[in-house]
Ligand binder design. Structure first.
Ligand SMILES: [Ca+2]
Ligand SMILES: [Ca+2]
Length: 321
């Protein structure tokens, strides 16, 4: 009976303690953004983006009626994950006075290419295309508007509004899809796109070729920027550990609980014969709460809140004597 009562009290204490931790957790995380998606299985994928402005000299007038066009280069570095999504922006100032002249193609360091736009409004070969103007900047991405529709809805002396647009290929207003190329986890590098580009292939020289394919109207590119979004599949690689001890010695077999970061449930560890515990494979740059749970010992500081940036091995708990 006594034992049962003890268990009951202990459980009550445990629940109260859990509730306190939950409250602490909620207090800490109430101001943080909830990720839109959560992976069912570890490692949790974190997305990062890097933007690169062109290293080519701008402003630069695009040669009139020259299909070779002009290359705007980007020195891409620091991509340490798998390419997930690519966005490319460029603009004209002075504006190009005939959008139907312009073709733009993006090429990655391993020569995968994607046409962004190819002569808006030109539905038959040799046609003049749309007479509206281009200023921008225009960002080509899978989330965006209809460039052909925008071109035909503004007048021949008017500028197509800046913003996000879908990509199209020559002769048609039909959208081409970058997402089936970019999304997913394939490491197949033979597809004609950027999907699953390995870091060493994403890092290097990308080029945006802009060509003017009809004589008479001209424009000057004054802005070009490439944004690469990539997943940090190997980000969960930081460890957190320490010891549980008294003033005089170590505490074996104590339970240490870890919550926070991108953990979906608490992690538990037991201290070893040296009083040491360790959690591995944690996502860095996140806030964690480490707690010691012991029936026998009392701790004046049983919870430690910290932002974990690198491996840490001295998160220690010292019991009151
Ligand atoms: Ca015009
Ligand atoms: Ca022209």
């Amino acid at each position: 009976m006594k034992n049962r009562l003890f268990k009951y009290i202990y459980l009550q204490k445990f629940y109260a303690f859990s509730l306190m931790l939950l409250t602490l957790n909620l207090l800490i995380f109430s101001n943080r953004e909830i990720p839109a998606q959560k992976s069912e299985n570890p490692p949790v994928t974190n997305l990062s983006s890097r933007s690169f402005t062109t290293i080519s000299a701008i402003p630069l007038e695009i040669p009139d009626g020259d299909a070779n066009g002009t290359n705007f280069l980007f020195n891409v570095s620091g991509i340490n994950g798998i390419v997930n999504h690519v966005e490319i922006s460029f603009g004209f100032n002075p504006a190009h006075t005939w959008s139907g002249d312009i073709k733009a193609v993006l090429t990655s360091p391993n020569n995968a290419s994607h046409t962004l736009v190819d002569r808006v409004g030109e539905t038959i070969v040799g046609g003049a295309g749309d007479s509206s103007d281009l200023a921008g900047p225009y960002t080509f991405s899978d989330q965006g508007g209809d460039l052909w529709q925008s071109a035909t809805s503004v007048g021949s002396e008017a500028v197509i509004p800046a913003g996000f647009y879908r990509t199209t290929s020559g002769g048609s207003a039909d959208f081409t899809n970058m997402d089936p190329i970019f999304a997913g986890h394939s490491l197949n590098l033979n597809n004609n796109g950027f999907q699953g580009l390995e870091a060493q292939l994403a890092n290097g020289t990308w080029r945006l070729n802009v060509s003017d394919n009809g004589e008479g109207d001209t424009g000057t590119v004054n802005f070009a920027e490439l944004t690469i979004t990539y997943s940090l599949a190997t980000a969960a690689n930081v460890s957190l550990g320490g010891r549980v001890m008294t003033e005089r010695g170590v505490i074996r077999n104590a339970t240490v609980m870890l919550i926070g970061g991108n953990l979906t449930e608490p992690l538990y560890a037991k201290t070893n014969d040296f009083g040491a515990y360790n959690f591995t494979e944690l996502a860095p740059n996140q806030i964690y709460v480490v707690s010691v749970i012991s029936k026998k010992y009392r701790f004046s500081q049983p919870n430690i809140v910290m932002e974990l940036q690198n491996d840490v091995s001295d998160v220690n708990f010292v019991a009151d004597e």
